[in-house]
Design a protein around this ligand. Structure first.
Ligand code: SAM
Ligand code: ASE
Length: 335
């Protein structure tokens, strides 16, 4: 009932820069020092810091003079400070500024069975990614969101199967390139091309992928319309969950046609159990796909059915035990 009170406490502490302030300071800080540095009221800051302490994001110590001072807990330092390599700040920002606003209309989304951009943001575009990328700033925030999770569980999804036989890899909808980097680091022989919409590729080049990674390239295009280049392996990470079954089948059929014989497709998604009884994260993400996209989270057999309908065979599923799982389908040598 009150889960959102916790989310909003976390969002606000991040937005006011509480965890970053405490990281930058050598010593624990008082509520007064934090309020002043954050430009916030003392009373409001005291209550926020108390709630963060209850959530074990901060620890409070009482000094000799009786003054209370605060410091980051270990989990706050690792996940909630901007500078940390495992920072979830971009995801938190996107949750706070976009997802939270969409979820205000969850009841309407369930009634109508469609996303709520028009009500939430006044966006009338029928094109999903035109709505998601309604401004350059929004596109950048989305890319940072996409980027941040792969620092935490990207290695698990690229090593769920042995991908070393695949030398030329296309990451379709590869976005910021976070998963491409995980591939080149796990497989020293492969090259990965990030295929994405032109504006996304430009942003990715400029802000995410440094030019010293010689094994990562870019390809601007629309995977529903433009010719897909030949490759050994296509990665579709969090792509199919954006789209209807019909669009998924259209895309997978295009991938199958482009794929080298003996090549494969790797789906990376949060898999639902066969009876949809869990995991809770995938169930909630599926509701989020309803308010934000045209898709849904699916079970392993739903993905298997889509892959089979597109022509792929020898389909294998690997659960990573983290949020995202992997499904691999092959194109037979002779077809
Ligand atoms: N694969 C990345 C990941 O898992 O972090 C990003 C997934 S994001 C949900 C979907 C990606 O597909 C975005 O980068 C988006 O720009 C891209 N995309 C959407 N429509 C596309 C299209 N028609 N052609 C190419 N890329 C597209
Ligand atoms: C998409 C993925 C996400 C489209 C919109 C999205 C995510 C958030 N918004 O393909 C990442 C997963 N997190 C949730 C809450 O669904």
């Amino acid at each position: 009932m009150e889960g959102f009170l916790i989310s909003k406490t976390l969002f606000t502490a991040c937005e006011l820069g509480v965890f970053d302030l405490l990281l930058a300071s050598q010593d624990p800080l008082s509520a007064q020092q934090i309020a002043q540095a954050a430009g916030a009221s003392l009373d409001g800051t005291k209550r926020l810091l108390a709630a963060c302490t209850g959530l074990e994001l901060l620890s409070a110590h009482c000094q000799d003079g009786g003054q209370v001072v605060y410091s980051n807990t270990e989990q706050a330092r690792v996940y909630l400070t901007r500078a940390s390599p495992l920072s979830l700040q971009p995801s938190i920002q996107y949750s706070s500024r976009t997802i939270y606003l969409c979820w205000h209309y969850l009841t309407d989304a369930v009634r109508e069975g469609r996303n709520q951009y028009e009500k939430a943001f006044g966006v009338s575009s029928k094109d999903l990614f035109q709505a998601l990328y309604r401004s350059d700033e929004e596109m950048m925030k989305f890319m940072q969101l996409m980027n941040s999770i792969w620092n935490i569980c990207g290695r698990d999804v690229v090593t769920a199967f042995d991908l070393s036989p695949f030398r030329s890899i296309y990451d379709l909808g590869g976005c910021s390139g976070a998963l491409a980097k995980q591939c080149t680091s796990a497989y020293p022989e492969c090259t990965v091309t990030i295929f994405d919409l032109p504006k996304v590729v430009q942003m990715s080049r400029e802000h995410f992928v440094t030019s010293d990674n010689q094994r990562i390239g870019f390809h601007e295009g629309d995977f529903f319309k433009d010719c897909l280049p030949e490759a050994d392996l296509y990665i579709l990470a969090r792509i199919l969950h954006d789209w209807t079954d019909q669009c998924c089948l259209e895309l997978l059929t295009r991938v199958y046609q482009a794929c080298k014989p003996g090549g494969a497709v790797l789906l990376v998604e949060a898999l639902l159990y066969e009876d949809s009884s869990g995991p809770l994260t995938a169930q909630l993400y599926s509701l989020n796909m309803l308010v934000q996209t045209e898709g849904r989270e699916r079970t392993a057999s739903e993905y298997t059915a889509l892959l089979t309908a597109a022509g792929f065979a020898h389909i294998h599923v690997r659960h990573t035990g983290k949020i995202y799982d992997a499904v691999l389908g092959r194109k037979e040598e002779r077809d």
